[in-house]
Design a protein around this ligand. Structure first.
Ligand code: BYC
Length: 474
């Protein structure tokens, strides 16, 4: 169905035919806009931004470009088209018809999953709200705002599901999504990573590479759901999510490229000399990578999880790309975990596969993260340097799951707390690293100009040149 832009809330779900739902969402809309004004990108609400807006969910319409004031962006409700043949793809009800309504016994669990998903979207906008002031170029400023408005739309997608399928409880949850705030001591966001500050652009690129990629894997898992409206919502969100990860991937690539240029100009690998020249030394890039990767690993939940087993058994949340697996029931298989033995070493434990679904998804995520690291390393190798970026072990600095609070080194070897404390400054950004990165953060708002710590992108947006005026500030 094409998107109806005449309605106050653009949608392809025939919202006009359900007046009660339409009114409820129209009531939520001003609250959302107030939240956007208060906690969305600070100080750029009157700028004209070259944004992509979906006008339909098919290949032709989902990326339509034009200049928009962000508060006038047409946030709406878009679900991928319904496949009338779609069947449940995993778990105990494999092969049965998917659900258009929620079976009563799964209401509470599905609501929790949808609320958790929805909570992350506005959280990320809040985390990034000050970054506009320090954007390294207009190209980057535009990308930041593109990511922000789309996260706003993804919130709309979850709020639609809450309003349409969960009655009064759903409406209350939708309100609370605007009441919890990232980093708020009393009402924080639900998941840890979404309460971490993103105060600089190196963190922003790491977040869009590593944390948005958790989004990709969670959305892929939910796109398998037997609850068809949730599956269709998530499949469409994935098309937009790809750009967010592109921003992270190319952002880190450009930081590395600029550093390599400076290393070549100066003929040195000395981090201090590189910093003196205003670029970001590779060991510091590695520390930011360690921070955001380890934080994002927690977002997959515990290695062994009865929640995950019941989501899978009941067909609520599958594995990303479920069709690639042979056994969609997974009732007989086992999975071997390497767990801490409580004596400073590790032990193997076999658990039922269904209880290991978080770990299975985390494994796919780690392999996906590796691809970018390989690309960045190729740049470094080509430039003739032996330094390599790498992902730390999935046991390193965990706060959730079996390895939570167990001190390990970057390779995942358990170590004593004292050694961990003594070395943490080599592994994660120290206060002085953060102060250095912050000292580089100055807004560059002239078309085509780039901050000195980042290389220009290979190409602009939608076939426009890199020096296009992507954001008109006045
Ligand atoms: N922080 O059995 P467990 C995105 C809780 S990102 C705090 O281990 P489960 C985006 C858990 O809720 C994708 N708490 O885990 C990216 C549970 O709480 P209760 C967001 C955590 O339930 C960038 C308890 O620990 N979407 O879209 O199997 C920008 C034990 O649970 C954390 C989703 O996450 C944590 N890191 O799975 C914008 C999908 N981890 O029941 C957007 C929806 C776990 O004891 N959520 N807990 O109160 C889920 O599928 C699952 O809830 C989780 C955890 C994957 C988060």
């Amino acid at each position: 169905m094409s998107i109806n832009y005449q309605d106050r809330i653009p949608n392809n779900v025939d919202l006009g035919s359900n007046r009660t739902l339409q009114r409820a969402l129209e009531h939520w809309q001003p609250e959302f806009l107030k939240w956007w004004q208060d906690l969305g990108p600070r100080d750029f609400q009157v700028a004209d931004v070259y944004l992509r807006t979906a006008t339909s969910v098919d290949a032709k319409g989902w990326a339509t470009y034009g200049f928009v004031h962000m508060p006038d962006y047409r946030w709406g409700i878009f679900l991928a088209d319904r496949d009338p043949e779609r069947r449940i793809g995993f778990g105990d009800n494999y092969g049965q018809e998917v659900w258009q309504q929620i079976p009563g016994e799964f209401r509470a669990i599905l609501r929790r999953l949808i609320v958790t998903q929805g909570d992350t979207e506005p959280a990320s906008v809040e985390q990034q709200r000050m970054l506009g002031h320090t954007a390294p170029s207009l190209y980057d400023l535009r990308n930041l705002f593109q990511v922000n408005v789309e996260e706003g739309r993804h919130l709309w997608a979850m709020v639609y599901l809450l309003h349409a399928y969960f009655g009064r409880d759903g409406r209350e949850e939708a309100e609370e999504l605007l009441e919890r705030h990232s980093g708020d001591a009393n009402k924080p966001r639900i998941l840890g990573t979404f309460n971490e500050p993103i105060s600089d652009w190196l963190s922003f690129f790491m977040f869009t590479y590593f944390t948005d990629r958790d989004g990709k894997f969670q959305l892929k898992s939910l796109a398998e759901s037997s609850f068809d409206p949730l599956a269709r919502t998530c499949s469409f969100m994935l098309t937009e999510e790809a750009h967010h990860m592109f921003v992270g991937d190319t952002g880190i690539n450009r930081v590395v490229r600029r550093t390599l240029e400076v290393m070549k100009e100066l003929g040195t690998e000395d981090p201090l000399a590189i910093r003196n020249a205003g670029a970001i030394d590779l060991p510091t890039v590695q520390k930011y990578l360690n921070f955001w990767f380890s934080s994002s690993l927690d977002l997959f939940g515990s290695e062994t999880s009865s929640n995950a087993a019941s989501y899978f058994a009941n067909g609520l949340k599958g594995r990303p790309d479920e069709s690639q697996y042979e056994d969609h029931i997974a009732a007989e298989q086992t999975f071997t975990l390497e767990l801490p033995d409580g004596k400073g070493s590790t032990k193997s434990e076999q658990i039922p596969m269904r209880n290991a679904m978080n770990e299975v998804t985390r494994g796919s995520y780690v392999r996906d993260c590796e691809l970018g690291v390989k690309r960045w390393n190729r740049l470094i190798e080509k430039a003739g340097h032996s330094f390599r970026l790498s992902l730390p072990s999935t046991r390193f600095r965990r706060n959730i799951g079996s390895w939570a609070g167990i001190p390990t080194d970057l390779t995942g070897r358990p170590i004593g707390q004292e050694q961990f404390n003594a070395q943490i400054g080599e592994w994660l950004p120290s206060e002085s690293d953060r102060a250095y990165i912050m000292s580089l953060m100055h807004g560059v708002h002239e078309p085509g100009k780039m901050a000195a710590w980042i290389a220009p992108p290979d190409r602009g947006i939608n076939n426009n040149p890199v020096d296009y005026e992507y954001v008109r500030l006045h």
